[in-house]
Ligand binder design. Structure first.
Ligand code: SAH
Length: 492
């Protein structure tokens, strides 16, 4: 029997608890007699009956048995497999409540991790910009393929497992996915093309990758296979080519026994190698000095175009991405002369939004393939004032600053620095170099409010003032939130 020294709870005990927070994986958090319980599928505001499963020193995991009083924010998920599927965590929460909760998340991190006072936070933090229609927003879906009772199936992995819950559609992905998946399963059954089996490493079809362009209407399908060739490939092409918008059908070879979805070798069976899509550049207008309102977006008529291959990185929620990068452009407020650094630049999406208003832009990114794509995108969009370099921001920048300083006797002039790091945030060496070059403005695009708050503390202590904190809901129904922060050099 597990028994904790600090609690009277034991495994299998039944408790009644009110949920008052959500953890980073979407689980409900509540306290019973001061002891913290993590309960999957419970929502803030629910009063639930739960069974203790695992007792640790200061907390326990419990299984939801019954919702005694449902939260006022509880709603029926649109997706029939929302509870089992590992993709969405909070579909059972009303969308406006999701947005309020995400704003609280950012506020709490700024307060607890950033150490900013309530008055400052109230002044700078805006409500989360949500989606009008928070479904079908993803332009990329990856369906694992397996088999059940000798028949091929597809669907989604149950949270933290490789057990496939059968489904051919997904309410947050493009509606075209269901026609594609039915065509692929029909092709497999009729031609006796087997599904890959992770246990034995045998079988052929592993995953189906689908990407679609929201403006171009183009659709791409790539079958990831455990073989050099796909049997009856012509029949697959015949079935898929009938689907509206189909522009590219390819196979990707992955014969390794690994959880990594894609292999390195891709070959086209039909159509184009790449599909294209655009992102529209939007004008942003904030209601004057009113932190309680979201900005208004309007079309500028400008757009940038991207080439998308099965392997290339591209933002998965294009409608919200347009808003995020238009906000960066609005905050940068360039006049045509500025020197801009775009750090952690990926395929150069941000710099392509800003290039026409900037003097010169320098992008830095650690993945060589992404830099290659960035250069292609720049050419595609006729941009001539953006340069890209492969390397770690925390290594490339100090070397560059040292070189310029020793050559010219003064630090390089940089007007605006944009950072868009992965979840772990910026390396301290990168932040120190930014503080050394003292740009007028700094724009931080973050996908994790905790590391953002940690880094903002360093930047404000280093002579910057936070002007605006704008969260954007880039991933409705998940626990993720993007935040864009404008910082200004003090006394400038
Ligand atoms: N700004 C891009 C990508 C942001 S995602 C876009 O909008 O699409 C974060 C990027 O940082 C990834 O492309 C990742 O490869 C890159 N990255 C991770 N660590 C890095 C480092 N130390 N230096 C530079 N780039 C890094």
């Amino acid at each position: 029997m597990q028994k904790s020294s600090t609690t009277m709870f034991n495994k299998d005990d039944i408790v009644t608890v009110r949920i008052d927070d959500i953890g980073s994986s979407g689980e409900g958090i509540g306290k019973a007699d001061g002891f913290t319980l993590f309960i999957k599928d419970a929502l803030i505001g629910d009063v639930v009956k739960a069974k203790i499963m695992k007792v640790k020193k200061n907390f326990a995991y419990a299984r939801l048995l019954e919702i005694q009083t449902p939260s006022p924010d509880r709603t029926q998920p649109v997706c029939p497999i929302a509870r089992q599927c590992g993709g969405c965590q909070i579909q059972q929460m009303d969308y406006s409540a999701q947005l309020r909760w995400k704003e609280e998340l950012v506020r709490n991190d700024l307060l607890r991790i950033g150490g900013f006072d309530e008055e400052t936070i109230r002044r700078v933090l805006h409500p989360v910009i949500g989606m009008e229609e928070p479904y079908h927003y993803r332009n990329k879906a990856q369906f694992p393929v397996g088999s059940k009772n000798g028949k091929p199936i597809t669907g989604f992995y149950a949270g933290r497992t490789h057990y496939i819950i059968p489904a051919t559609s997904c309410p947050i992905s493009a509606p075209v996915c269901s026609r594609i998946m039915e065509a692929v399963l029909g092709f497999m059954e009729e031609n006796k093309v087997s599904a890959y089996d992770e246990e034995t490493g045998k079988g052929i079809v592993r995953h189906v990758l689908i990407r679609n362009g929201i403006y171009s209407g183009q659709v791409m399908v790539c079958l990831v296979i455990n073989a050099k060739h796909l049997p009856a490939a012509d029949d697959l092409v015949r079935r898929l080519a009938q689907i509206e918008g189909m522009a590219s059908v390819s196979i990707n070879v992955n014969t390794r026994r690994t959880n990594v979805i894609m292999g390195t070798e891709t070959s086209v069976l039909w159509g184009e190698e790449n599909i294209k899509d655009s992102l529209h550049i939007l004008d942003v207008e904030y209601p004057a000095e009113d932190q309680a309102e979201c900005p208004v977006f309007s079309h500028t008529g400008q757009q940038v175009t991207f080439g998308i291959s099965p392997l290339s990185f591209y933002q998965v929620n294009p409608k919200q991405t347009e808003k995020i990068y238009s906000l960066v452009r609005h905050f940068a407020a360039l006049t045509g002369r500025e020197i801009v650094w775009d750090l952690y630049c990926g395929v150069g999406t941000i710099s392509q939004f800003l290039a026409s208003d900037a003097g010169r832009i320098y992008g830095v990114e650690v993945i060589p393939q992404a830099i290659e794509n960035a250069r292609e995108n720049v050419r595609r969009n006729g941009i001539t004032n953006a340069e890209y370099q492969v390397g770690k921001a925390e290594e490339v920048l100090p070397t560059y600053v040292e070189k310029i300083t020793s050559e010219t006797g003064s630090r390089p002039v940089v007007d605006v620095v944009i950072v868009d790091p992965p979840r772990k945030g910026c390396d301290e060496q990168c932040l120190n170099t930014i503080l050394e070059v003292q740009p007028e403005k700094l724009i931080y695009v973050s996908c994790d409010p905790a590391t953002l708050s940690r880094d903002l503390k360093i930047l404000t202590e280093g002579g910057y003032e936070i002007k605006t904190v704008q969260p954007v809901d880039n991933f409705p129904h998940t626990v993720h939130i993007e935040t864009i922060v404008l910082l200004q050099k003090l006394n400038s």
